[in-house]
Design a protein around this ligand. Structure first.
Ligand code: DOR
Length: 314
């Protein structure tokens, strides 16, 4: 479908919508389901050097308008994904040529260098480096530490020619948008993904007088509808501060074609879906794509480029 096809870092995507790193993308069978679905890409769960069980349960709770979670990066370890990639690639139909995006989330610059180097030599199409996991005790979100972000990019951007992107935390002040944009502009970053969950929020059950997740004293990442205005603002701010050659992927509260269209107006080149995918399963990708396509038809936009960043001011 030409109306909603797009590209990230010049890698073509058949649709505007794919899965966010997070739900249902840790195990090989889950990634194969994504391969066979209408998701525009196969995005993997953020990996670490070693396999991880993640945080104690309960660590995910659905909420009326989204979810709160403190998963703690449960994943198979980067080597398992390295070995899995050729099999995933093999299973993808040559007609669709669906790209694979790997997410890496090391606990240090050295960890990230080891993993990015390995994936640079793999059949992954894009590499998303996660600078924004809020759920590991004692490990602050890299994206909130501008000096560390810069030191990390100095090393990570010279390890190969596959496009590198950054998964960023939400920012809430223009000084932070500007500082981060100026750092990104110094390096060959090909795309950014905005936003990770809104970190360290607290949901209380007044009935039981208790937090609703166990890890970190109940603090966890807020996701879903609650955070859409924050995601939209981050996409918009960075689309105004960065050159158009750097693609922006929107995430946060996308569960309908309308949500995807709003991110498109804000300047997104594609969007990722997390909470809605967790709740609905792979059917969400085809549904949201069809809904977006209907909006494009009704509004007489013939391509993603025609509507991208076209937000009006009043
Ligand atoms: O909200 C998040 N949860 N963001 C991440 O980057 C990782 C994930 C987790 O596994 O805790």
């Amino acid at each position: 479908n030409k109306r909603i096809s797009t590209s990230i870092a010049q890698v073509p995507l058949a649709s505007f919508i794919f899965n966010a790193s997070g739900p249902r993308c840790t195990e090989e069978d889950e990634l194969n389901l994504l391969g066979a679905s209408a998701s525009a890409a196969i995005m993997t769960k953020s990996c670490t050097l070693k396999p991880r069980e993640g945080n104690a349960e309960p660590r995910y709770q659905a909420l009326p308008l989204g979810s709160i979670q403190s998963m703690g990066l449960p994943n198979l370890g980067y080597q398992a994904y390295l070995e899995m990639l050729p099999r995933l690639k093999q299973a993808i139909s040559p007609q669709t040529n669906k790209p694979i995006v790997v997410s890496v989330s090391g606990f240090s610059i050295t960890d990230n260098v080891v993993m990015v180097k390995a994936f640079q030599a793999s059949c992954a199409d894009l590499i998303e480096v996660n600078f924004s996991c809020p759920n590991i005790e004692g490990k602050p979100q890299v994206g909130y530490d501008f000096e560390q972000t810069e030191r990390a990019l100095e090393q990570l951007c010279q390890l190969g020619s596959k496009p590198i992107g950054l998964k960023l935390p939400p920012y809430f002040d223009f000084s932070h948008f500007i500082t981060m944009a100026n750092i990104i502009k110094k390096f060959p970053v090909s795309f950014i993904t905005c936003i990770n969950s809104v970190g360290n929020t607290l949901v209380i059950d007044p009935e039981t007088e208790s937090a609703i997740i166990k890890p970190k004293g109940g603090f966890g990442g807020l996701c879903g509808d609650y955070i859409k205005p924050i995601g939209l603002a981050n996409v918009r701010a960075f689309s105004q501060l960065l050159p158009s050659s750097i693609d922006i992927i929107g995430v946060g509260g996308i569960k309908t074609g309308t949500d995807a269209f709003e991110y498109l107006l804000a300047g997104a080149s594609a969007v990722q879906v997390a909470t809605c995918f967790e709740k609905e399963g792979v059917e969400c990708f085809d549904r949201i794509a069809k809904e977006l396509d209907s909006i494009m038809v009704a509004k007489q936009y013939s391509s993603i480029a025609a509507a991208k960043g076209k937000l009006k001011m009043i």
